[in-house]
Ligand binder design. Structure first.
Ligand code: DX5
Ligand code: ZN
Length: 217
């Protein structure tokens, strides 16, 4: 399993320190949540933040675009240093084009579905993507409760990958903690985004290890 700490819950006045803390603790990706105040109500991070943290970590920057018409922003995130860009199927009429735009930047492409969106909406692009992000809370903020009904979509994505020989990683985002991680791992997820659980813990490294312990439980 891979762990992707979400810097949405980091200290924005000390991002360098909080990115380095994640890397030192053994994280695999740094998860960057971009919100535009339209696709979701909140406004958060943009390409300028990706550019600012890029020199401070060797880890892949996993950019989750919760923005309307993500096509318009792909090139800016790629130039800023994104290694993975994921776009919501609900945010564009042109998901296939958006994924091609990401691949044209020679970086990894991901597609995201909200808790209320079925897997069938992305079936036609599953052969094109490097990552499928299953939202396990409704996007917009950290610290929300994990939504159990998302588990069956994780298992279905795993089945479809096996059946068709697809290669995407299955990532989950929202409400991941030591209390939920095992069920999600058993359902078939590969990459675990965690924000408030890790950055809110008294000991980041110990909290990250607790997530990884799910593999041996
Ligand atoms: C939610 C974001 C998440 C968020 C997760 O809209 O996409 O990445 O940081 O936060 P936690 O882990 O606190 O649920
Ligand atoms: Zn996210």
């Amino acid at each position: 399993m891979k762990i992707a700490p979400s810097i949405l819950s980091a200290d924005f006045a000390n991002l360098e320190k909080d990115v380095k803390r994640a890397e030192a603790a053994g994280a695999h990706y740094i998860h960057v949540d971009a919100m535009d105040g339209q696709f979701v109500d909140t406004i958060t991070l943009g390409p300028n933040i990706v550019h600012a943290i890029r020199p401070h970590t060797k880890l892949p920057l996993d950019c989750h675009l919760m923005v309307q018409n993500p096509e318009k922003h792909i090139s800016a995130f790629a130039k800023a240093g994104a290694d993975i860009i994921s776009v919501h199927v609900e945010a564009t009429h042109h998901i296939h084009r958006a994924i091609q735009l990401i691949k044209n930047e020679k970086i990894a492409a991901g597609v995201v579905i909200n808790p209320g969106t079925p897997v069938s909406t992305i079936e036609s692009v599953l052969g094109d993507v490097d990552l499928v992000l299953v939202m396990t809370v409704n996007p917009g903020s950290g610290g929300q409760t994990f939504i159990e009904s998302t588990l069956s979509k994780i298992s279905l994505l795993k089945e479809l990958r096996e059946k068709h020989g697809y290669t995407y990683e299955i990532e989950v985002d929202g409400g991941i903690s030591d209390k939920t991680v095992k069920r999600v791992l058993d359902a078939g997820a590969d990459v675990f985004v965690a924000g408030s659980y890790l950055y809110g813990a008294p000991d980041f490294q110990a909290a990250l290890k607790k997530l990884r312990d799910a593999e041996n439980a």
